[in-house]
Design a binder for this molecule. Structure first.
Ligand code: CO8
Length: 258
């Protein structure tokens, strides 16, 4: 039944599939959904049996943004005291790769949630937009920051200031999404990508994700220093010894995730 739990969780081997499930409001992000989602993400992240997480919505909407009905009556004191969006700040701390599988609307907080993920795979039906100005607010969960870093100032200004939505093809050309697939192949593709990632050594995957994210935050010189140190550290792992030995012996590696 819709509404029973706003986030459905399925485990498929080393991959977890999270499905946003508030179809009656196009997966609008209310506080119940946000708490359930972030709690579940942290639980999965703490589980070393999970190597990648896919986050998806419905065919019609990944998420149509913050729940406007819930948000409309909030005042500044509420944000100042309770930090309405504070829970989202726990997501960038996750080490497990998070893949957004986006079909239909990804608007406002929905577009921002997709951008909180490590990579976005879009169905050819996907539409990305930041329509907040029409509601008398600005994007509040990274729409002015992550979007600008992802697609550059010109398109970010266009989307934020005019509310223009872009389709999957434009999102791919702009670098917002990694892949576009026909809608009926979205989930299978996202799960396949997640399985491929989850089959790799967990500490190596964590290090790779962290290193790419460092590139978003720091100078090239510091990022390269970080990468060099992390690369060297991999040689302390069993999976490095095994991975290279397996290559040289022309056999599949026996990964132990340590
Ligand atoms: N919040 C609450 N309810 C919503 C939302 C939403 N964001 N989006 C859709 N709904 C509801 C509609 O009210 C409608 O309910 P009902 O059937 O009871 O009337 C139902 O979902 C279906 O929607 P529509 O009838 O409007 O469907 P359409 O196909 O005609 O239109 C649209 C689909 C274009 C997606 C349209 O619903 C729409 O424009 N939605 C709002 C999009 C929007 O403005 N999003 C931005 C919200 S602000 C925001 O996200 C700020 C982010 C800040 C941080 C976020 C942290 C969570």
């Amino acid at each position: 039944m819709p509404g029973e739990t706003p986030v459905r969780v399925e485990r498929r081997g080393r991959v977890a599939l999270l499905t946003l499930d508030r179809p009656e409001v196009l997966n609008a992000l209310d506080s119940g959904l946000i708490t359930a989602l972030v709690d579940e993400l942290e639980t999965l992240d703490a589980d070393d049996g999970i190597g990648a997480i896919v986050l998806t919505g419905s065919d019609r909407a990944f998420a149509a943004g913050a729940d406007i009905a819930e948000m409309a009556s909030l005042d500044y004191a509420h944000f100042a005291v309770h930090g309405q969006f504070a829970e989202w700040q726990r997501v960038p701390a996750l080490r497990t790769p998070l893949i957004a599988a986006v079909a239909g609307y990804a608007l406002g907080g929905g577009c921002e949630l997709a951008m909180l993920c490590d990579l976005i795979i879009a169905a050819d039906t996907a539409q990305f937009g930041q329509p907040e100005l029409a509601l008398g607010v600005i994007p509040g969960l990274g729409g002015t920051q992550r979007l600008t870093r992802a697609v550059g100032k010109a398109l970010a200004m266009d989307m934020v200031l005019t509310g223009r939505r872009i389709d999957a093809a434009e999102a791919l050309a702009a670098g917002l999404v990694a892949r576009v697939v026909p809608a009926d192949q979205l989930l299978a593709t996202a799960l396949e990508v997640a399985q491929a990632i989850a089959s790799r050594s967990l500490p190596v995957v964590y290090a790779a994700k962290e290193a790419v994210n460092v590139a978003q935050e720091t100078t090239l010189a510091e990022g390269l220093r970080f990468e060099r140190r992390a690369f060297g550290a991999m040689f302390a792992l069993h999976d490095q010894k095994e991975g290279m030995a397996a290559f040289l012996q022309k056999r599949p590696p026996d990964i132990e995730h340590r």
